[in-house]
Design a protein around this ligand. Structure first.
Ligand SMILES: Cc1cc2nc3c(=O)[nH]c(=O)nc-3n(C[C@H](O)[C@H](O)[C@H](O)COP(=O)(O)O)c2cc1C
Length: 178
């Protein structure tokens, strides 16, 4: 049994990326894993101010939602990062979260899945967003391996992903096989 942590960064309740996270969670639960899904919108997260106090303290000097989220990251065997595409990059919410991993990112040991949703039908326009997320997961995490990505294009309106059974199935299957 693995500890599966799903980090959803859409500010929209019922957002397309959130729906895919729930499908992943459903699959992973059915496979018998211990699954937790968190929405970054439910946490107060200040941005990193680049002071490097964490290098001396071993943790950030700021006391906010990141205390709880860091603990969850360190306990996870599987981590899913999900984002809506905002201006061909990840959401600001996810970027703030990633920057705040500075005190702990070297200790994260997990299998990684990436999920992104965008309005644009041209799949290759997803590349900058996935590459930006990989700036953390491939280039900075040390003991982690990317196991799967879902790039859902041509989904703009709230919940539009529910009309795309292929994406829903892909997310469910990835969760089931994680
Ligand atoms: C601030 C903002 C910026 C966006 N930028 C893009 C973009 O650059 N390209 C695109 O295809 N869609 C863009 N979109 C549309 C979203 O990526 C799309 O609606 C996505 O499915 C939202 O996912 P969510 O429902 O999980 O929030 C943007 C939406 C917002 C609100």
């Amino acid at each position: 049994m693995k500890n599966v942590l799903i980090i959803s960064s859409t500010p929209r309740v019922g957002g397309n990326s959130e729906v895919l996270c729930k499908q992943f969670a459903k699959g992973a639960q059915e496979a018998g894993h211990n699954v937790e899904m968190v929405n970054l919108r439910d946490y107060k997260l200040n941005y990193c101010i680049g002071c490097y106090a964490c290098h001396k303290l071993g943790k950030c000097f700021q006391n906010d939602g990141m205390n709880e989220l860091s603990e969850k990251m360190l306990n996870a065997n599987v981590i899913v990062l999900a984002t809506p595409v905002y201006y061909y990059c990840m959401s600001g919410q996810l970027k703030v979260f990633i920057d705040r991993l500075t005190p702990i990112y070297e200790q994260v040991k997990a299998e990684i899945y990436l999920i992104a949703t965008m309005w644009d039908p041209d799949e290759k326009m997803m590349e900058p967003t996935i590459e930006a997320m990989r700036g953390l997961t491939r280039d900075c995490f040390e003991d982690c391996r990317e196991m799967g990505i879902i790039c859902a294009s041509d989904v703009g309106g709230l919940g539009e992903i529910n009309d795309k059974p292929d994406y829903l199935h892909l997310a469910y299957t990835m969760g089931k096989n994680c």
